[in-house]
Ligand binder design. Sequence first.
Ligand SMILES: Cc1cc2nc3c(=O)[nH]c(=O)nc-3n(C[C@H](O)[C@H](O)[C@H](O)COP(=O)(O)OP(=O)(O)OC[C@H]3O[C@@H](n4cnc5c(N)ncnc54)[C@H](O)[C@@H]3O)c2cc1C
Length: 379
Amino acid sequence: MNVADDERQSVLRDQLRAWLADHLPFPVDREEPTRNRQLRQWQHLLFSGGWMGLSWPTEYGGQGGEAVDQVVFNQELARAKAPSPPGIIGLQTLGPTLLKFGTEEQRLRFLPPILDGREVWCQGFSEPGAGSDLAALRTSATLDGEDFVVNGQKVWTSYAAYSDWCALLVRTGDVGSRHRGITYLLVDMTTPGITVRPIQQINGDSDFNEVFFDDVRVPRRNVVGQVNEGWQVAMATLSHERAMYVLSRSIELRIAFNDMVTALASESLMDGALGRLGETETLLTVLEAQAMSTLTRLTHGEPGDVSAVEKLLTSEIEQAVFSCAVDLLGPLSVGARDDVGVDRWVHDYLGSRSATIHGGTAEVLRNTIAQRLLGLPRS
Ligand SMILES: Cc1cc2nc3c(=O)[nH]c(=O)nc-3n(C[C@H](O)[C@H](O)[C@H](O)COP(=O)(O)OP(=O)(O)OC[C@H]3O[C@@H](n4cnc5c(N)ncnc54)[C@H](O)[C@@H]3O)c2cc1C
């Protein structure tokens, strides 16, 4: 974003740049589980330096700053090409959810280890028969004494293989209760009865997993909000996920675009590329303006339904940026390795195909925008 820093942000930015210069490069392997261990060490180092949870309250391990501080942090990490902290779901979605809906006991127990990298979270919402239609979910939880007993299956659960905890949506109401019978549970991934099976993706990564629950006992105190009222909690979580996606991705896409322009210039490939570059630059500028508006809203309240616009815009511009890179760089887009040996442009191009699916598909977001923001009837 091209917002001028105020004095406080400018000091923060300078301090972070100096800290990063002292601590980078931080070596991270491509192969798991080494990669996950190293990324946790990196997050712990950031935490020790006072850089995690810049906008979270100090009583839960944060720095008590403003939402914009987090943007400065994301910008500087991306600019320095530093590794991203691994606990992204805890940091960007579960943490804000607990700050709003969690009990004080839950906040004190779960927020500090999210920040220092001790506990990484995954999010178990989608199921084989419940993706866009999330209210159709069937993984059940029945109360037995002071525990819920969970049975069922989740799918597309990102990072589950390396997560310590899962934010899980379960059905506690009748089979047909839809939105009214869903509960939001915090589940320890080491509990007996949980099986995780990784799924390999087109770009070679295995971020996704299937997760099976077979008589898994979860203490009742791990319910977030009220029993059967988890839908409201889940919708707030999804709004945060979408708003944080525009804030962090707009910065990363700008850096990727600038790197692409540099690569084209150094290979004398600018002829014939200007029209496409101008078009992509325009899209990125629109995205950056949207990110500024997102930041203003987050500073003054909740993300809300507008987060559907943000998610849709970001995902389509993400695809435009990487399509542009692959089209213009041509054969040079294959074999351009990054620091850990990933074929950068092709990897990100393939990865960008998923942008219009995760966190709500483009089609479903268009429906949401039409119905909730424009007030149009369901078709
Ligand atoms: C990179 C990535 C990460 C993910 N991480 C997680 C995670 O960590 N945890 C988790 O729980 N889930 C995760 N997901 C799953 C994601 O939330 C679902 O893929 C998504 O909600 C779509 O559900 P589905 O795949 O079942 O597709 P479906 O809902 O079956 O949709 C199939 C097609 O039908 C279209 N469609 C469906 N309903 C409508 C409608 N009413 N109107 C118009 N078109 C419609 C969709 O747009 C889509 O094109 C992830 C997905 C991706 C790609």
